[in-house]
Design a binder for this molecule. Structure first.
Ligand code: G3P
Length: 222
């Protein structure tokens, strides 16, 4: 399963990329606004730091605007995936970009039917928002199971399931058990995945024992 970071924060992107954890980045207008500064510089920098796919989202809601924005977004790097909303105009833009060999991520997916239509339009990724479904009392992970089953039934669809709106590490394990292609994680969730209280306690005990040993063997080095 690929791991993407769901952020436009350059420090976080560099931090986790240096650990070798990142296969790509997803952004959206909310994440971009949060960072402030000039979005153009931020987007360009992300495409330079990350070798894998970088989803940059359009803000137009009609077809021709999406096409213009998507083409401009692609100028930031060859690894840019144009992110469009799951709307009729978004699907039309998805079809046009995909036919020209430009990869597309269709976002704001909340049903299996929407995922099916985005796949038909040639999307490289569909982004189902599981946390937001959980928030309204629907089990978001059931949507991932449904989309996975549908895509497996029709191998002609090459569209990848990019699980978005992930809120905690259990979401990640469940998505991996289902066989989702990608999870996109807020930095805080990736951070939590690394930690376990027994790891912390275990390391503290190892170091305390070593200090005791060193007290009587001061010249020993590792
Ligand atoms: O990038 C889209 C998605 O991951 C947003 O998540 O937490 O705003 O629902 P959230």
């Amino acid at each position: 399963m690929k791991i993407f970071l769901d952020t436009a924060n350059l420090d976080s992107i560099r931090k986790y990329n240096d650990m070798g954890l990142l296969d790509g980045i997803t952004t959206n207008p909310s994440l971009m606004s949060k960072e402030g500064g000039n979005p153009k510089n931020v987007m360009e920098e992300i495409t330079k730091i990350i070798e894998g796919d970088v989803s940059l989202e359009v803000v137009s809601t009609e077809y021709s605007g999406m096409m213009d924005e998507g083409k401009r977004l692609r100028e930031y790097g060859d690894n840019v995936v144009v992110k469009v909303p799951m709307t009729p105009d978004g699907l039309k833009a998805c079809k046009s970009f995909s036919s020209d060999g430009i990869p597309v991520n269709v976002t704001l997916i909340f049903s299996a039917n929407q995922a099916l239509l985005a796949a038909k339009s040639g999307a490289r990724y569909v982004s189902p928002f599981i946390g937001r479904l959980d928030d309204v009392g629907q089990d978001g992970m059931n949507l991932i199971k449904d989309i996975k089953q549908i895509f497996d039934n029709y191998p002609q669809f090459k569209t990848q399931i990019l699980v978005a709106s992930i809120r905690h590490p259990v979401h990640v394990v469940d998505a991996a058990k289902i066989g989702a292609d990608v999870v996109t994680l807020p930095p805080a969730v990736l951070d939590k995945m690394m930690k376990h209280p027994l790891t912390k306690i275990g390391l503290e005990n190892f170091l305390a024992d070593w200090e005791k040993f060193k007290a009587t063997n001061p010249d020993v080095k590792i």
